[in-house]
Design a protein around this ligand. Structure first.
Ligand SMILES: NC(=O)c1ccc[n+]([C@@H]2O[C@H](COP(=O)([O-])OP(=O)(O)OC[C@H]3O[C@@H](n4cnc5c(N)ncnc54)[C@H](OP(=O)(O)O)[C@@H]3O)[C@@H](O)[C@H]2O)c1
Length: 331
């Protein structure tokens, strides 16, 4: 697989990573498919999809434990990215950015991941009660202690933003503050054909400073693959059951986006899929961009890894740019 070197700390990874979240969190059936998920992780490493993206809150904790089972056997093949700063309760998720907590959380992640060092440690969300510089300073100490190789920041998502201002204004403000303390190597934010907002300000901001970009949700939570049917419904523990773009009405209204991706896919041959076009589009947004499609299935890992061989033409990119804007928003 093509490799990409991203960020100030020169993080070398396969061009398409693996988002491990659906193996343990936020998607239907996540908790029952441990062995299949483990096979998916191994498949990714076999194919050169080295970047495994997890977080202590996925599960919570079980996703890191799962990734740890693979790392125990083949740490050298993997680049592990995990996250700190969000705590899951019975009915809520809260931020915790206190330095002492960050130190303890890192040690716990290292234990679960069965490794001595985390390649990329990301701040999942800033704690409104703690100056972000303090949290980041504690994370920088972890780099100095050799427990972490590089630091990343996750963008405030569409759900968490204030209504005024651009989607990524708050994230850029945080980035400016933490950069004063210790270099940011990567930013993780949603970027996909139906959520391209990061192209406006966040990605150019990162690119001009040599900060790598991990594209979260590059398949539009599965919608852009064309495998989901409007009205099929989602189990209550699936985040899409509450997502404004996944009502039967909005899924039907957004079908022209999938139709457009399928049209581009057909031009590239019989076996090419809308998912691969969606990933190739993300890859085409810059040399510092690495999509992390999430899946718990080996077959999708294989399909997604093959997207690195797909080169979209100017005509393809122009067609994708002309697709209708997605309907359904958190506002
Ligand atoms: N930093 C942050 O705040 C943040 C936020 C969200 C996500 N993330 C990261 O980004 C990763 C990706 O986001 P995501 O997993 O939510 O969304 P995604 O990658 O856009 O979509 C995941 C969904 O697509 C399905 N899928 C994957 N490949 C497919 C294919 N080739 N054909 C058909 N269906 C396919 C998966 O199905 P199966 O589940 O059945 O395999 C899953 O339901 C996460 O895993 C996580 O690591 C980070």
């Amino acid at each position: 697989m093509e490799r990409r070197t991203i960020g100030a700390a020169a993080l070398a990874v396969g061009a398409v990573g693996l988002g491990c979240m659906p193996m343990s969190w936020a998607y239907s059936g996540s908790r029952q498919r441990g062995e299949e998920s483990l096979r998916a992780v191994h498949r990714a490493l076999d194919l050169g999809s080295t970047l495994l993206d997890t977080a202590d809150m996925y599960g919570p904790f079980t996703n890191e434990l799962l990734v740890g089972r693979a790392l125990k056997e083949r740490r050298q093949d993997a680049f592990v990215s995990t996250k700190v700063g969000l705590l899951v309760g019975e009915q809520h998720i809260v931020a915790n950015g206190r330095p002492g907590y960050v130190r303890r959380a890192c040690d716990a992640s290292l234990r679960r991941l069965q490794t001595d060092v985390i390649d990329l440690y990301q701040l999942h969300r800033a704690d409104p009660e703690v100056p972000v510089e303090e949290t980041w300073g504690a994370m920088a100490d972890l780099v100095r202690a050799g427990k972490v190789r590089a630091l990343g920041l996750c963008a405030v998502g569409a759900r968490g933003r204030r209504r005024s201002g651009g989607l990524h204004d708050a994230t850029i403000r945080q980035l400016k503050r933490v950069q004063q303390v210790f270099p940011v190597s990567a930013v993780e934010a949603e970027l996909s054909v139906w959520s391209p907002e990061a192209l406006d300000t966040l990605l150019p901001w990162c690119a001009s400073r040599g900060i790598g970009f991990l594209a979260a949700m590059p398949l539009g939570n599965g919608f852009l693959t064309g495998t989901l049917r409007p009205g099929e419904g989602f189990e209550p523990d699936d985040m899409r059951a509450r997502h404004p773009r996944f009502t039967a009405e909005m899924m039907a209204a957004n079908q022209p986006i999938v139709v457009g991706l399928r049209r581009v896919a057909r031009r590239h041959g019989e076996g090419v899929t809308p998912a691969q076009v969606a990933l190739a589009w993300v890859l085409a947004q810059g040399r510092d961009v690495v999509p992390v499609p999430g899946t718990k299935q080996e077959r999708w890992v294989t399909e997604n890894a093959a997207a690195t061989a797909l080169r979209l033409t100017e005509r393809d990119l122009a067609e994708v740019a002309e697709l209708p804007r997605a309907l359904g928003s958190w506002d």
